[in-house]
Design a binder for this molecule. Sequence first.
Ligand SMILES: [Zn+2]
Length: 309
Amino acid sequence: MGEILCIIDGMTDPGFCVEDFQNLASMELLRRQDNVLGGEPETLNCVLHLLGVKHLPEHLRGYLEALGCGIPVSKDDLILRGSWYRLDERGRYTVPCGAPAKWKSPAFRYYHLGQYKSLLVFPHMAGLLDQIVTHLPSGSETRNAGELIPEGSKVLREVFLQGWEKNRFMALWGQSAPAELPPFPKRAAVVCGKGIVKGIAKALGMELVPVKNATGDTNTDLVGKAEAALEAAREYPFTLLHINGADEASHRKNAREKRQFLEQVDKEVLSRLLASPHQITVVADHGTDPETGLHLGEKQPVFGRKEKG
Ligand SMILES: [Zn+2]
């Protein structure tokens, strides 16, 4: 018998009600837990905290994305995320848009990560890490893209300006360099579709269990993921099952899609987990509000099996 930690990314929001989900409601609310611990309400921090990593190196984002996607990096590489946004005629960014598939440059290697996401690797530039300031595009209000110009590096500033096209631009953020994380203390398996969670798994020395149609979105193969986690739990003392679709639907500001996806998770995943003999814990990493499309950092509920009798 193993332990399965099921993280439902972005599950909660002001309209979230446990009673709407039959299997979740059959579990016991053990406590509400702070997963942010003074950091950003982001999957990266929250999942690492849920896995018991107390002290996080400051700059991890780009590196863990690279690890998760199998992108080769060296110790002294500087790695940044590039997120592509549509620009209006006044140079204000509006919504995410498709990233270019390719970009050739002598200064960096460019990788398209799907949809609006990209990753840039600058060889031998890790030494600049502490002097660079980047700006995360905020999802709530329309702002001028010029406010997001990176500071502290002429090279990054030039790349930002090169990426500024008529109708779209690339926000550079998440600067990082390869860093060591303490290995997870047990033999552990991870079932997930989201790149950053795959990166966390690799960085902590956890085994990634491949699931063919795990997309990291609402179109994922939930039954396939649940069964992969149950099988892993027979072999590993600890299994992380990460489910991402509710967070993505919330970022699309689609409350209905989120709700339907959570109902599907309840029916197809939680029913299977609870029918098994394994120790089951269900938790959200952070909330994500489908009204604003933003993450929420308050304490998150932790559910365990109800004691019989
Ligand atoms: Zn999110």
